[in-house]
Design a protein around this ligand. Structure first.
Ligand SMILES: Cc1cc2nc3c(=O)[nH]c(=O)nc-3n(C[C@H](O)[C@H](O)[C@H](O)COP(=O)(O)OP(=O)(O)OC[C@H]3O[C@@H](n4cnc5c(N)ncnc54)[C@H](O)[C@@H]3O)c2cc1C
Length: 377
């Protein structure tokens, strides 16, 4: 295989697959992206108004350091793709006063800029009592749907890239890297990347745990919109300190949820992506109960004045062992991101860079140089 022009097949056109395609194309490789639906696919778990990008994890310095580079990578992607989709409005989180110094020192060690914020500057946010808000400054909101559309459009204009919507993959042979499609044809690339989100477990045998999260989308009253302009995303909110919100960046809706509305499930049901929960859905009463709990948890103040536009739900997978995201080499030329974790959107450029590097190196070095399991997510 020539080192400078490998053929990479990516199964799945969510954020992982599309950004991997972008990075591999930029590295000079030939890329085919397959998706069972349209590209981008509204049923993908990446497909939502927005996702939050933050780096600080006070319990995990190494992960904070790694994630801090995502801020730079997303800004680079805006320049490469020629579109704006990352709004660095910051991310607030509230902490007990006695841990604030420790968090500040972790942030300094990780190279993350934070400052203690004044609750009065954010009158719409429901901070738990006796907590101190900390603002992570090099963080913010990614307009997720726009990322997917822009990346797909950019790939579509590259002569060395083929986008193939409506192509369901039914088998990936981890020994040979062959990819078999539902229409009976097969592809034999130099490198195969399985980026099929929660569906990945149909194609590769990796132990993952499926999570389902209920979300509520709200439209603020007109007189409060100026206050929301440039508002940060925020977490650890509400009466139990488990709520979070994504602000109405660029005319989107406010999205609210809570760690309490996230649970483990056996299988995906109904709409996926950020699908609206339909009234006749078998889980509708469960979803509506959770939505009501989110609405009454004091995550934002004066919530009665907001219009509830929809109740949605979405799924993501975690690695059964680490409870986080994981990029795994499942065969000599096959890699899979079956577990993306709850932060799988913001970390996608890190994964894409790692995979582009693997493709480039695999043309010149023996693939066995790469560890069998590499966790980077
Ligand atoms: C409520 C909620 C909030 C979240 N918030 C954040 C956040 O703030 N920040 C963050 O970083 N992350 C967040 N996440 C996680 C993040 O959204 C996911 O980790 C990430 O979007 C996964 O992207 P992906 O490309 O790997 O998978 P997906 O986006 O699911 O894409 C998989 C694609 O593969 C295709 N596919 C599947 N099977 C096949 C097949 N057999 N053949 C062909 N194509 C196939 C699908 O059609 C789909 O298009 C959140 C998740 C949820 C549920």
């Amino acid at each position: 295989m020539p080192a400078d022009r490998a053929h990479v097949v990516v199964v799945g056109a969510g954020v992982t697959g599309l950004l991997t395609g972008v990075r591999c194309a930029l590295a000079g490789h030939r890329v085919t992206v397959l998706d069972q639906g349209p590209i981008p696919n509204p049923a993908a778990t990446s497909y939502d108004q927005h996702r939050v990008l933050r780096a600080l994890d006070p319990e995990d310095l190494a992960s904070s350091r790694r994630a801090a580079t995502a801020d730079r990578l997303w800004q680079e992607l805006e320049a490469v793709l020629g579109a704006r989709f990352y709004y660095r409005v910051g991310v607030l989180s509230s902490w007990p006063a006695d841990v604030v110094e420790r968090i500040r020192s972790t942030a300094v060690d990780a190279g993350i800029r934070v400052r203690v914020a004044a609750p009065a500057d954010y009158p719409h946010v429901g901070f738990p009592p006796d907590t101190v808000p900390i603002l992570e400054r090099d963080a913010g909101v990614l307009l997720a749907e726009r990322v997917l559309r822009v990346a797909a459009g950019w790939l579509d204009r590259r002569p060395a890239v083929t986008l193939r919507p409506g192509q369901r993959v039914v088998e990936v042979d981890s020994r040979t890297g062959w990819v078999r499609l539902a229409n009976g044809t097969a592809l034999s690339p130099d490198l195969t990347v399985v980026a099929a989100g929660p569906w990945s477990s149909d194609l590769v045998d990796l132990p993952t745990v499926l999570h389902r999260q209920t979300t509520v989308y709200l439209r603020p009253p007109a007189d409060l919109l100026p206050g929301w302009r440039s508002a940060p995303a925020a977490g650890r909110l509400g009466v139990d300190g488990r709520g979070w919100l994504v602000p109405p960046t660029e005319g989107t809706l406010v999205k609210l949820s809570s760690a309490a509305a996230c649970r483990t499930v056996a299988a995906m049901t109904g709409d996926v992506g950020a699908g609206t929960v339909a009234a006749d859905d078998p889980d509708a009463s469960d979803e509506m109960r959770l939505a009501a709990e989110i609405m009454t948890a004091s995550v934002i103040t004066g919530i009665d004045r907001y219009e509830v536009v929809k109740v949605g739900r979405c799924h993501y997978t975690v690695d059964a062992e680490t409870d986080g995201g994981r990029l795994v080499r499942v065969g000599t030329t096959v890699w899979a991101r079956a577990a993306t974790g709850g932060d799988g959107f913001r970390t996608a450029p890190l994964i894409a860079d790692q995979l582009a590097d693997v493709v480039t190196r695999s043309g010149t070095v023996d693939c066995t140089d790469v560890p069998r399991e590499a966790e980077v997510g």
